[in-house]
Write a new protein. Structure first.
Ligand SMILES: [Mg+2]
Ligand SMILES: [Zn+2]
Length: 244
């Protein structure tokens, strides 16, 4: 039987080699992010990254930054040509498909893909699972957590992950809904990529970015899936070609 492969991509520091969330503030107003971080760290309750970014985006609006300026700053993230090429290659392979599983947001991801000239519904045919963001009148970006904090039914039960998103639970749901018999290939770098990776079976493959938090975590607690490391987009492209 032919092996069908689902490539599950983290976005920041994996597809693009920057963090879009911090990049927009670095470009437009670095003091805003520092201030929001300080406010959240002093507050009681969970220190949610999406809250920091969501409040920061409101501050950018108050400073007169338009959604267009913010999205073009996000699209400044470095998108390697090799990664764009390998995404196209996966999309044109009948036995392979890609999805994004990211703690960034829909608008930033779409902005980066548009700049790289990649139609999102073609390269990520399986979908983009991330925090929803929209442009609202009179011209600000509204960012909401993937999991609505006001809906008790929807909260996840994972103690490894922040309240807004457990990538592990989402990955299990994606697999259960449509990809039960597919080999999972997980591409990521971050600490929050460890949870989904730990839930993969032994036939799965993890492509972890060398020297980043996921690499350290899989050394501390290895998954059942096989781990391969990549350091550059060229290496990543080679690893993926081997799997196609
Ligand atoms: Mg990442
Ligand atoms: Zn989790």
């Amino acid at each position: 039987m032919t092996v069908r492969s689902l490539f599950v991509w983290d976005f920041d520091n994996t597809v693009v080699l920057d963090n879009t969330d911090t990049l927009v503030f670095q470009i437009l107003a670095p003091e805003v992010l520092a201030r929001q971080r300080a406010i959240i760290c002093k507050s009681a309750g969970p220190h949610l990254w999406t809250t920091i970014i969501s409040n920061g985006l409101m501050s950018l609006f108050e400073l007169g930054k338009t959604p267009e300026e913010i999205l073009s700053a996000a699209a400044e993230a470095f998108f390697p040509v090799e990664t764009a090429a390998v995404l196209r290659r996966i999309a044109s392979t009948p036995t392979a498909r890609s999805v994004v599983l990211s703690d960034a947001n829909t608008l930033f991801i779409h902005a980066c893909l548009k700049k790289a000239d990649l139609p999102h519904d073609q390269v990520f045919e399986g979908g983009i699972f991330t925090n929803p963001a929209t442009v609202e009148e009179p011209g600000f970006i509204s960012l909401r957590p993937f999991i609505d904090p006001n809906d008790p039914e929807k909260q996840h039960k994972c103690n490894r992950c922040p309240a807004n998103l457990c990538k592990g639970e989402v990955l299990q749901r994606i697999i259960r809904d449509e990809y039960d018999s597919w080999r999972i290939v997980y591409v990521g770098d971050g600490g929050n990529d460890h949870c989904p990776v730990l839930r993969m079976g032994s036939e799965g493959v993890v492509l972890a970015r060398k020297g980043f938090p996921l690499h350290r975590k899989v050394l501390e607690r290895p998954p059942l899936a096989e781990v391969r490391l990549w350091d550059s987009p060229v290496e990543l492209k080679g690893l993926i070609h081997d799997l196609l």
